[in-house]
Design a protein around this ligand. Structure first.
Ligand SMILES: [Zn+2]
Length: 269
């Protein structure tokens, strides 16, 4: 996410194997190519690690070494950070209620609960750092992006219950599919509260989990929510000043060596 003068990276991609990770191979070169604000000086403002699982943190050490974020925010325990080579980086625990503003853009942590940090022994999906980002109003609309990590149905229920007194607070233009579109997430109660226009499921080609799950795809379709799978879309670009459009890199810049994943109408095959 980029604001006028700041940049934030939410999760660092997977570890592929010994000495091979998405940080080196994808994330750092992509951010440099995009010319992310703040990266002119070779630094990232904030790296958020939603939770410890390696599909989110496998690239973190490489990002840390090459982009030297000013800070790290996340839901990892000290020994987990040590194992990932992140022990020496400036760290803050992700806790609901934390908020800051960059260039008129508001960032708020919605989960996990601040109390949950004490005494827990692991930081799996349940502790995913849920981030809400709200842009300054344009034409009477403040675009919102919701990044929920890998939360499951219990956390989705909790999230909706917490904000029941402020209807519309969870409404977002763009949402990452919770837990990559797993059938354990994207519950109707969450979708009704968020009612996003766009949902992006970050998945792997022919991934063994079957993400995004067929019932989840149907749920989005029934609510007329546009689901984009990164397998077909490639990098998905979205801007808060054009919240109604989402651009897929693979569609914008097709290459002959990528097999066709869109039909002539631009629909995913
Ligand atoms: Zn994951």
């Amino acid at each position: 996410m980029q604001t006028a003068r700041h940049s934030l990276l939410y999760d660092a991609g997977p570890l592929y194997g010994p000495g091979s990770n998405a940080g080196d191979r994808v994330v750092v070169p992509t951010l440099q190519a995009l010319g992310a604000r703040g990266l002119d000086s070779g630094r990232l403002d904030l790296l958020v690690l939603s939770h410890v699982h390696l599909d989110h943190t496998g690239g973190a050490e490489a990002v840390l070494a090459q982009l030297q974020p000013q800070g790290l925010l996340g839901s990892l325990l000290p020994d987990e950070r040590g194992r990932l080579g992140l022990a020496s980086a400036p760290w803050r625990d992700c806790a609901a209620g934390e908020a800051w503003q960059w260039d008129g853009v508001h960032f708020s942590v919605l989960l996990p609960d601040a109390d949950a940090a004490g005494g827990r022994s692991s930081s799996g999906n349940d502790y995913s750092c849920v981030l809400r980002i709200e842009a300054a109003a344009r034409h009477g609309h403040s675009a919102v992006a919701l990044l929920p990590g890998d939360i499951e149905r219990a956390q989705e229920r909790d999230l909706v219950a917490r904000h029941a007194a402020s209807p519309g607070y969870l409404k977002a233009d763009l949402m990452l599919a919770p837990h990559h579109g797993s059938n354990t997430s994207s519950t109707s109660v969450l979708l009704q509260a968020v009612r996003p226009q766009w949902v992006v499921a970050q998945t792997g080609y022919r991934n063994r989990f079957g993400h995004p799950a067929a019932p989840v795809r149907r749920r989005y379709e029934e609510m007329q929510i546009e689901l984009r799978n990164t397998v077909q879309c490639g990098a998905a670009h979205w801007r808060s000043d054009q919240p109604g459009s989402l651009v897929c890199e693979r569609q914008k810049r097709p290459r002959y060596w990528r097999h066709a994943v869109f039909d002539s109408r631009g629909q995913a095959k």
